[in-house]
Ligand binder design. Sequence first.
Ligand SMILES: [Zn+2]
Length: 355
Amino acid sequence: MPLLARMVASPIAIDVRRGAISSLGTVLADRRIANEGRIAVAVGPGQGPQIAADLDLPQCEVFRVDGGSVDVATELGKKLRAGAYEAVAGIGGGKTIDVTKYAASMAGIPMVAVATNLSHDGIASPVSSLEHESGKGSYGVTMPTAVVVDVDYVRAAPQRLLRSGIGDVVSNISAIDDWELAGREQGEPVDGMAVTFARVAAEAVLHRRDSVDSQDFLTALAEALVLSGLAMSVAGSSRPASGACHEVLHAITHLYPGVSNHGELAGIGALYAYFLRMRYQGEGESRMRDIRDCLLRHGLPVVPSDVGLDEDQFVRAVSYAPETRPGRYTILEHLSLSDDDIRQSVGEYVKTVGH
Ligand SMILES: [Zn+2]
């Protein structure tokens, strides 16, 4: 009989709740991730000492992760290899988790992602986004063995970081449209299971009327980010969560380092991509309205000036965007607009979605 189902790689434990960090050792032991307590803990520079004090892991060794580069990750990977640990827990925001995922893959040990903010969908994905000599790259890594979100820490994170995960998760809808476009135009295989996970994640957040002030909303957002990570695991790439939206964000990050953050820029990228679909293909208008309303409801930026860019800078980023992900076919590659057309579209975009 043929195998009529497939195995989906996924974390063995997902724990989204208050106080999750203080019982991390119990989770690791109960799940047989680390039986002897030989655990390495990687923490970011900000909350490091406080987190280490909160842990119930008497024997753990704490490493401080300073930055989000391939070099920092390689350095940590070497230390993990040398120490013969059973597992490593990466505790912190996006950078710390991405660095730890990469280092754990290098050392060949399981990694537990412990998120202290909800700024992007890397918490459960098999992808590390790291800086290198000439920009930022996405590296395939083993997905986290367990994902822990401590809602108490999340609540204490800066509001801007908290909200930005909303932009990252709703951008899935645009990424899926790009994937389906590539399927029609280029014959690229589209994975229905990955699409299902990615879209359900976005829809779970898109229409909610409550905000990051509510515990229910934070739980929904955390679960949506985890589900996005699973979508990428199923697809074997970032495709279900990264299209034109992320090409624009990577271009902005490359050209104007330090401007805004991942989730906020993904949200703007998705909104602009829908504007292009509406303007040049006559479709996607209601999606554009949904995403715009969602971003504004949560106080997220929608136009370039909201993140401190003028229209010319945004035009340059859109024009550069396809180069950030060679081989990825999106609405940008499909329309292949001239710089003049891009300039005109950005002007109209600002008039249409501005507030
Ligand atoms: Zn993203």
